[in-house]
Ligand binder design. Structure first.
Ligand SMILES: [Zn+2]
Length: 84
């Protein structure tokens, strides 16, 4: 994977990196840290090995093992109308 060309933008190269992944779990969202991934240097597309993707799914299901909760602001996007 490392050094491979990105399938998404077809230009960038993949680099092994640990990322913070926002993962949907039921109605909520969990953040999983230190996920080994391959990230495109150009477009940022992330690729995971099959066993990593599987483990993320399993981790997301195990709510009691949550290490910490963080809060962050949620804002609603509001488009500014161009004044004529
Ligand atoms: Zn790319």
């Amino acid at each position: 994977m490392e050094g491979d060309r990105c399938d998404f933008c077809l230009e960038g190269r993949l680099k092994a990196q640990e990322v913070r992944e926002y993962y949907r779990a039921g109605k909520g969202l969990v953040v999983i840290e230190k996920v080994p991934a391959y990230v495109c240097e150009k477009c940022g597309e992330r690729y995971y090995q099959a066993h990593v993707a599987k483990q993320m799914r399993q981790l997301a299901k195990r709510a009691p093992r949550v290490k910490a909760r963080i809060s962050f602001p949620l804002i609603r996007f509001q488009e500014k109308r161009a004044s004529a």
